[in-house]
Design a protein around this ligand. Sequence first.
Ligand SMILES: C[S@@+](CC[C@H](N)C(=O)[O-])C[C@H]1O[C@@H](n2cnc3c(N)ncnc32)[C@H](O)[C@@H]1O
Length: 243
Amino acid sequence: MAIDRRVLWRGLGGSRYFEYSWLLRHIGSLRPGLRVLDVGAGPSVLPALLAHRGYTSVASDTDAGELAPQRTFRNRPGVGGRLHALVHDGARLAVRDRSCDVVICRSVLEHISVPGDAATVAELARCVARGGLLLITVPFAPRYREATPPYQSGGHQRLYDLSALEERIIAASGLAPIDRAFIGWPHRAVFRLMLRADRYRVVRLMHRWFSLVAPSAIFGVVGRDATDRAGGALLALRNDALD
Ligand SMILES: C[S@@+](CC[C@H](N)C(=O)[O-])C[C@H]1O[C@@H](n2cnc3c(N)ncnc32)[C@H](O)[C@@H]1O
């Protein structure tokens, strides 16, 4: 079976390698059979992994082409009929209120211009079932930064700082923060470069591959309060609504 180049290219590149294990740890605390929605999944292997673990897994993306590899994953042994692909804008999901046990949004919000990122978070939170989780990852810097115009379509728009995490993600979701973590500062160096030069192939190459050969002590998860050493933020939010 042919493997889509996008899967090989992005597979575990960038900060995925570290982020997926953190995401899987949170999802692993829930029982199989639950419904997981990955918004902005593109060619990610994560939705197929979750289907393989027994979850009903929906990979959604605004770009049908990016989602194409999900069709290949559906035919993999063990995935069964549990993997579905849906073309949706994250800001307008055709998904019922509170119908997902977990909603994942990994490395997507930084591609959406203000105020669309906060509006998208509110839409994701609407889909989370009572007791369910919203798991979000974004690039992070101790000081908020935005891309230098002209805007690179599909490129990085910003690095979030603590106040932006609080206002644009946690407050916008209306959910309860139950965990956070940061990944190492070298990602920040590359993310900063991407704000200015996302169009350059060499910069994208660095972003995709450098963490695979780097020591996890500085590139991996560096702790929940290590903001000065952080290049990415991971947030777990829970729907604690009583009604
Ligand atoms: C950096 S990729 C991340 C892909 C995937 N989450 C992963 O972990 O590999 C960003 C993805 O977000 C998608 N995207 C951008 N804006 C979106 C939006 N408004 N709604 C849904 N997906 C969006 C892009 O098409 C792209 O596939």
